[in-house]
Design a protein around this ligand. Structure first.
Ligand code: F0G
Length: 390
């Protein structure tokens, strides 16, 4: 195993604490694919089933992964499709896919002998880091955009015992401070520019293949800091290079319109420019300067995919559809995968198989539902009164 810069190819020793190349490029972990095991038999699925692909020795685990994949029987009929699935990452221990990154990332922190960890977060990363730090008895610091983090996520970070620091600014501002703090204060940084985070998250690809028994034509997911789409693509490529699969899916990344610098650049075929004031109801992906954009861009390009954006209205409509037609309650950011599919429906063939990734649990952000719903006046506790409101 080695760390390599995706821009200049310079290699680094993975026992060194390093997040970027000297040239500024992002790093990736190269795993020895001669040593990986073909364990894809559809049984006993958990993240650590794929341990031969995961480049850490230590293991801090809360039993992450093994999330359900559902066939969306109602929605696929409604949308005129044959095979539509959701992989529901809200079923992870802290309610989001971030747990996959943190089980590996915090394990790496311990291997490196670090006793403090830090991240910037729109909410889920902070909740997850806080939980895995608690399990490891190390200190977690989390910087979050003041007033722009969903209630449930904030409660999680607090109860797991992290030092929660709200900042006057957005996620991008918080990440800047965190990068500086990790250098100056010797705290291990666990945002998704840390390549070990992505080594955990790539297991979403392994599970999709393991659960379905085939590789879908398209994988659609929300894009914020652009780590997850890069990680899932890396997972599929490793399966391909190991000779376990013989096709690759198209990777389709969805951003919220008010925070869509990547989707805009993609559509206009121009260079990516960061956005100073991102805004969206999907606070998890309220990000104007996605740090992993070069990896994400390559994932979409290599896979023949696309980057698209959806409005807040489309996101909330999709959130309601998933809950009321399929019984799956996801947070707004996660619903952007379905919103994206509906927007791109004309570009999808009827018989294509599509997997939507829903990234976080709906209960993390209950306010967004209650704000749009007026509870009726209470009734008298009698059958007559009940019959009147039926
Ligand atoms: N969906 C949810 C629910 C998220 O929390 C995030 C990112 C994403 C999608 C986007 O993933 O950044 O890998 O492109 N949340 C981060 C956080 C930024 O701090 O919790 P990405």
């Amino acid at each position: 195993m080695i760390l390599r810069c995706i821009e200049c190819g310079k290699e680094y020793d993975p026992t060194e604490v390093r997040y970027r190349c000297e040239c500024g490029g992002l790093l990736e972990v190269l795993v020895d694919l001669d040593k990986v095991e073909n364990v894809f038999d559809g049984k006993n699925i958990t993240l650590w089933k794929y341990e031969s692909f995961i480049p850490v020795e230590k293991r801090v685990s809360l039993n992450e992964g093994g999330t359900p994949i559902y066939r969306l029987e109602n929605l696929q009929t409604e949308l005129g499709m044959k095979e539509l699935y959701v992989k529901n990452e809200g079923a992870n221990p802290t309610g989001s896919f971030k747990d996959r990154g943190m089980t590996v990332g915090v394990s790496k922190a311990l291997e490196l002998g670090m006793d403090k960890v830090i991240c910037a977060s729109t909410g889920n990363t902070s909740a997850s880091l806080a939980a895995y730090a608690a399990k490891s008895s190390i200190k977690a610091y989390v910087l979050v955009p003041s007033g722009k983090i969903a209630l449930g996520k904030l409660a999680q970070a607090i109860v797991y015992g992290a030092k929660v620091v709200p900042i006057r600014g957005n996620f991008d501002d918080a990440l800047r401070v965190v990068v500086e703090a990790s250098k100056e204060l010797g705290v291990y940084m666990l945002n998704s520019i840390n390549p070990f985070r992505l080594e955990g998250q790539k297991t979403i690809a392994f599970e999709i293949f393991d659960q379905l028994g085939f590789v879908p034509d398209k994988v659609i997911l929300p894009v914020g800091n652009a780590g997850n789409i890069s990680a899932i693509w890396k997972g599929f490529k490793e399966l391909y290079e190991a000779g376990f699969i013989n096709k690759l899916p198209q990777m389709i990344g969805i951003q919220a319109e008010g925070a869509s610098p990547l989707a805009k650049a993609w559509k206009e075929r121009r260079d990516f420019k960061s956005l100073k004031k991102p805004e969206t109801v999907a606070t998890a992906i309220r990000i104007g300067n996605p740090a992993n954009w070069p990896k994400a861009w390559r994932a979409v390009e290599e896979s023949g995919g696309v980057l698209e954006s959806v409005t807040d209205e489309e996101i909330l409509k999709a959130q309601k559809m998933l809950a009321s037609k399929e019984g799956i309650f996801v947070e707004p950011a996660s619903a952007s995968s379905l919103a994206g599919l509906m927007k791109l429906r004309n570009e999808t063939e009827e018989d294509e198989s599509v997997v939507l990734i829903t990234t976080g649990h709906g209960l993390k952000d209950p306010n967004i539902i209650l704000e749009g719903f007026e509870l009726p006046e209470p009734i008298e506790p009698s059958l007559e009164a009940f019959k009147e409101v039926l």
